[in-house]
Design a binder for this molecule. Structure first.
Ligand code: HEM
Length: 367
């Protein structure tokens, strides 16, 4: 069959000439002899940057879906699929470190000094991913006294600064959650009902402790004291003022209304209309987890490769990297929602009319 388009050649389409001529080992250039493993080192980094490009492509499209202050229901499935794709790519990125680790620390020494002061720290695409997800400047682990972008070229600094100034995925998801229409519908106040259900569950658990025949009075008092602390933590979610204080102190980030909505989605995820929002919150938690996993994994590799020496970029090496793994999280508040879950059997019963709106009409029989 004759196509109406000009014939395409595989290597042209993929610009293989450019791609395959983009590896220039410094050992050949400076030492006159190729350090064998430098080719692997370059290619692994290049493959990473290509995957970063793909992650940004997916991330930008999800940001576009959320940025207009209205999210079309049909687009939610697309958003879930794209974040899920990012997560699959991240799993590859973690695995890929194993390929690089076939290079021994001694092999790395053959060319490491030639790379100073270049470092993955200067990957502007990595910074773009962080900023577009929602990592905030004041949340960043200090590298030295300079701004985290200080080691980038002026051109890359500008690109990263622009991403910093634009709404990030975290902010957009927060606004989307705040708009959730189900918190107070048709006289059903979710929050009041949930508070009553929580209190009932807590009272029951406390009573079980009090009745435990295996504990002495002294042990019971101790257990009840511990329980009361857990209870206070749990009940803090009903205290909007306390929530704001925690946000001010940097201990929480998600607004009160958004936290309520995210919790409702988690608790009533079995209702058909909440399936996709629940999937969406889940893939966001996974994005964070997988980045954290990559950061830890990269830090372990760095420890193995260079011990406790400083990095080529000048940081404290694996120590700095482990700290970023702890601090550079974006969706922790979603992960922490597990603190506030209660059993399905203890959930407030939804009024039938309200439940009908959360489901598919044809599953309800008219009485
Ligand atoms: C032999 C292999 C590697 C070593 C020894 C190494 C070492 C380091 C060190 C020491 C740092 C901290 C900054 C510095 O002082 O330079 C760093 C940061 C970084 N590296 Fe690597 N790295 C290696 C491979 C990779 C690979 C394959 C990637 C993939 C792109 C990568 C991406 C990054 C990124 C994004 C940062 C910044 C992390 C942050 O600031 O949160 N590294 N690396």
């Amino acid at each position: 069959m004759k196509s109406k388009y000009p014939p395409l050649y595989y290597a042209d389409y993929l610009k293989l000439d450019n791609l395959l001529n983009s590896q220039s080992p410094k050992s050949t250039e400076y030492l006159g002899e190729l350090a064998h493993d430098e080719v692997l080192f370059i290619i692994v980094h290049q493959v990473y940057e290509l995957w970063f490009k793909q992650i940004l492509h997916e991330l930008d499209s999800v940001i576009t879906i959320f940025q207009d202050g209205f999210v079309n229901e049909n687009s939610m499935g697309v958003a879930v699929a794209r974040i899920a794709r990012i997560n699959e790519i991240q799993k590859l990125l973690i695995d890929q470190l194993r390929v690089l680790e076939t290079m021994t620390p001694l092999d790395f020494l053959e060319f490491r000094d030639l790379l100073v002061p270049a470092s993955g720290f200067q990957s502007y695409q990595f910074r773009l991913i962080e900023n577009k997800l929602g990592l905030k400047v004041d949340q960043r682990q200090n590298f030295d006294k300079n701004a985290y972008v200080s080691r980038l070229s002026p051109e890359h600094q500008q690109i990263v600064a622009e991403a910093e100034a634009h709404p990030c995925l975290f902010d957009l998801v927060e606004h989307w959650l705040e708009r959730t229409p189900f918190l107070n519908v048709d006289g059903f106040d979710f929050w009041e009902n949930y508070r009553a259900a929580v209190q009932k569950a807590l009272d029951r658990d406390k009573e079980i402790l009090r009745q435990n025949p295996l504990l002495s009075e002294k042990e019971k008092a101790k257990e009840i004291e511990n329980f009361s602390r857990t209870e206070a933590g749990f009940l803090a979610i009903f205290d909007e003022k306390k929530h704001h204080e925690l946000v001010e102190q940097g201990q929480r980030r998600l607004s009160y209304a958004a936290t309520q909505a995210a919790l409702l989605i988690n608790l009533f995820r079995d209702e058909p209309i909440l399936h996709t929002p629940f999937r969406f919150l889940t893939v966001l938690i996974e994005v964070d987890e997988l980045f954290t996993a990559w950061r830890h994994r990269h830090a372990l590799m760095v420890h193995r490769m260079i011990g406790t020496k400083v990095g080529t970029g000048g940081s404290s090496g694996h120590e700095y990297l482990h700290l970023t793994a702890e601090r550079h999280k974006v969706f922790s508040d979603l992960t922490n929602l597990s603190n506030y879950l209660i059993r399905r059997s203890e959930l407030p019963k939804l009024p039938e009319e309200f439940q009908k709106n959360l489901g598919f009409y044809y599953t309800f029989k008219d009485k």
